[in-house]
Ligand binder design. Structure first.
Ligand code: ZN
Length: 195
């Protein structure tokens, strides 16, 4: 199955995605959608994908963080980001609730805005509720990197891209971010960016 990730400019990325009817879950068509999203996410590779990113305006997200992706970070970067592997999550009609007032700022990119990253402030901890791929109720409370991914993906369902929330002065090419900022603590990166 070949799917194309749509990029910023496509109207579907700027529209509110529609709720999935519970009876539409656990159907072959729905399983195909989830399989296509998962394949697109892994192929990129990325740690999250929302259905609008493959041109489907429905409220479905997939997330997964794998050891091989995290291996690119230093131990200190993993600790600072609170990033650890977690298995594939499929969430239908997600509802996000932020927990506490703590926020963190890190670089974020998007498969629909290829080649760039920027610093984005996000809530440190959130709880998501919704339905899983079989239509059963789920609740997942997370802190750190998975909380950031969730906020990014749920934004996609509301037609919001990270560039709408980024610290604009921090918008840089992925290549420059890698060359100049990899392995540095976020406080030092902020200094280099004049923030
Ligand atoms: Zn994205």
């Amino acid at each position: 199955m070949t799917v194309t990730i749509v990029e910023a400019g496509a109207p579907v990325l700027r529209q509110r995605a529609t709720e999935v009817a519970p009876e539409a879950i656990a159907t072959p068509a729905f399983a195909e959608l989830v399989a296509a999203m998962t394949a697109a996410m892994r192929g990129a590779p990325g740690v999250g994908l929302a259905a609008p990113q493959i041109g489907v305006g429905q409220r479905v997200i997939v997330l997964e963080d794998r050891a091989e992706l995290i291996a690119r970070l230093t131990a200190e970067e993993r600790r600072e980001r609170e990033r650890a592997p977690f298995p594939l999550q499929v969430i239908v009609n997600p509802q996000l609730r932020t927990i506490g007032d703590e926020r963190t700022v890190f670089f974020e990119g998007c498969l629909s805005v290829p080649g760039y990253v920027a610093l984005v402030e996000r809530h440190r901890e959130v709880e998501v509720t919704g339905l899983d791929a079989q239509g059963a109720a789920l609740a997942w409370r997370v802190r750190g990197w998975p909380a950031r991914i969730l906020q990014h993906e749920v934004d996609h369902l509301d037609g919001i891209l990270y560039v709408d929330r980024m610290i604009t002065k921090s918008f840089v090419t992925e290549a420059q971010a890698r060359a100049r900022f990899a392995g540095r603590p976020i406080a030092e990166i902020r200094g280099l960016l004049g923030l």
